[in-house]
Design a protein around this ligand. Structure first.
Ligand code: MN
Length: 129
């Protein structure tokens, strides 16, 4: 079963997202800030990351940029979640190392499609799951 790391500082949004992922059958890890996200990543390797871009005063994008520099995490898909739906902002997210961007409030059909897309190689190689 693919494992998803949710990084979101808002408790209600985080629970909503984690609950939905669990009902879809994903294993879920969650973090409320950059520090706990990095700690989780040291111990467990998720198959994808859902990353809130605005983590209070912290810049969520720095996690994507950091992951891209780590050999163990550089290939993990990162999907940015943001209230900024503007195209210029999305380009900035992609340049920071995110693979895709979805806007808040989350349309779960859109999220499902993105997860299917980015996790598709995994489903072809179930030994990695
Ligand atoms: Mn936030």
């Amino acid at each position: 079963m693919p494992r998803i790391l949710v990084v979101e500082d808002n408790a209600i949004n985080r629970e909503l997202l984690c609950d939905w992922l669990e009902t879809q059958g994903y294993a879920v890890l969650s973090a409320e800030n950059l520090g706990s996200a990095r700690r989780l990543l040291q111990g467990q390797q998720p198959d994808a990351v859902l990353l809130d871009v605005q983590l209070g005063s912290e810049d969520g994008l720095s996690l994507a940029a950091w992951m891209r520099q780590q050999p163990g995490f550089s290939g993990i898909p990162v999907i940015a979640v943001t209230a900024h739906a503007m195209v210029t902002e999305q380009q900035r997210f992609l340049q920071s190392g995110c693979n895709a961007c979805i806007s808040k409030p989350i349309d779960f059909k859109v999220l499902e499609r993105e997860l299917d897309k980015w996790l598709a190689p995994l489903q072809k190689f179930p030994s990695r799951v």
